[in-house]
Design a binder for this molecule. Structure first.
Ligand code: SAM
Length: 330
């Protein structure tokens, strides 16, 4: 865990920090609050606190709720500290990645009642030009959510092999023209800016694909951002560790934004609901694996047309939720 801290590794709300504008509309907020509505008290963890939109609403919904929010982006931590200043008695925000979620939760004495993972990138990150997340702004190739980490987009773009680039374009963004784009990147290096990269991708895709409305470099930027921040690697373990720590009746909500993320989320929740044995197939089962959640919706839930009209960035959201079983339900 990094950042200013009070000795416990946590950033207490109310410190004298520079306030800043942090724009991000919380996605599927109505569905999130409906899911958490029965949970009147206890600790909530917001694993991706961002601008604190979900966190603020969760705290407002229940006066006996406490919340710990984490984010790997120090700007998000600072903005949310400011935003939750009025609720500081019940909220804490820490600069941490959710691969540290187990120790973040375990450092609290309260039972874990609710958890939310709102995966991916924030509007603030996309709209801050010099962070290099968007093909719309000319900037150095960066895309780090945590500016303290070493790997950035320039390293991925300029040093990964053509095969590695093609693989991550397919895996992280379902890019149809992965091979053509990877080849073009490998041929035109060094690539120094977001604009150079965006233009190169535009030229690499077939002419018909340039006329579809959305910028043809959108998926490439997504794929590189996911690689830079190692986004898919951390999800499975963090979800499992959080589910294990939920109190019976506690609920988890996960919002994902592309098929690679949702596949992992669906699998973790399904396995928790089915009680999948994790022992090696060559050995007898010793784990006595039992279901430990029930799915609150059998199918993925998508945002309403009204929400997408008001916030087009919500369009790709996929909502899943589960409830930790009590002993009598096993
Ligand atoms: C979609 S935004 C969350 C927005 C938030 N729910 C709100 O209402 O403002 C996702 C946030 O998750 C953070 N994030 C992504 N991966 C993370 C990880 N592995 N650990 C911690 N934070 C992460 C990003 O930095 C970003 O701020």
């Amino acid at each position: 865990m990094t950042g200013n801290n009070d000795g416990s590794g946590s950033l207490r709300i109310g410190e004298d920090e520079v306030s800043q504008t942090y724009e991000h509309a919380p996605v599927m907020l109505k569905e999130v609050l409906e899911t958490f509505e029965p949970l009147k008290e206890g600790l909530f963890v917001d694993a991706t606190v961002g601008g604190g939109g979900h966190a603020h609403a969760i705290l407002e919904q229940g006066p006996n709720r406490f919340l710990i929010g984490l984010d790997r982006d120090p700007n998000a931590v600072q903005a949310t500290k400011e935003r939750l200043r009025q609720l500081a008695e019940r909220a804490k925000v820490v600069h941490a990645s959710f691969d540290q979620i187990a120790s973040v939760i375990d450092s609290e004495s309260r039972e874990l009642t609710g958890a939310i993972f709102d995966l991916g990138v924030s509007s603030h990150q996309l709209d801050t030009p010099d962070r290099g997340f968007s093909h719309r702004h000319d900037a150095p190739l960066d895309m780090r959510m945590d500016p303290n980490q070493d790997l950035n987009a320039s390293t991925v773009v300029n040093t990964y092999t053509e095969d590695e680039l093609a693989w991550l374009l397919r895996t992280n963004a379902d890019e149809r023209f992965a091979r053509r784009i990877a080849k073009s990147i490998a041929t035109h290096r060094p690539i120094r800016s977001t604009t150079e990269l965006a233009e190169l991708v535009r030229e690499a895709v077939p002419a018909a694909a340039r006329r579809t409305g959305k910028h043809p470099a959108r998926r490439t930027f997504q794929a590189i951002r996911i690689a830079v921040n190692d986004e898919l690697e951390q999800i499975e373990l963090a979800l499992k560790q959080t589910i294990e720590r939920l109190t019976p009746g506690g609920r988890i909500v996960v919002l994902s934004y592309h098929s690679g993320e949702d596949k992992i989320v669906k699998q973790v929740l399904r396995e928790a609901a089915d009680g999948v044995c994790e022992c090696p197939s060559t050995l007898p089962c010793i784990c006595d694996s039992e279901p430990n959640v029930k799915l609150l919706r059998r199918k993925v839930v998508r945002p309403t047309t009204e929400e997408i009209e008001a916030n087009p960035r919500a369009a790709s959201a996929r909502f899943r939720a589960a409830e930790r079983l009590s002993v009598s339900e096993l």
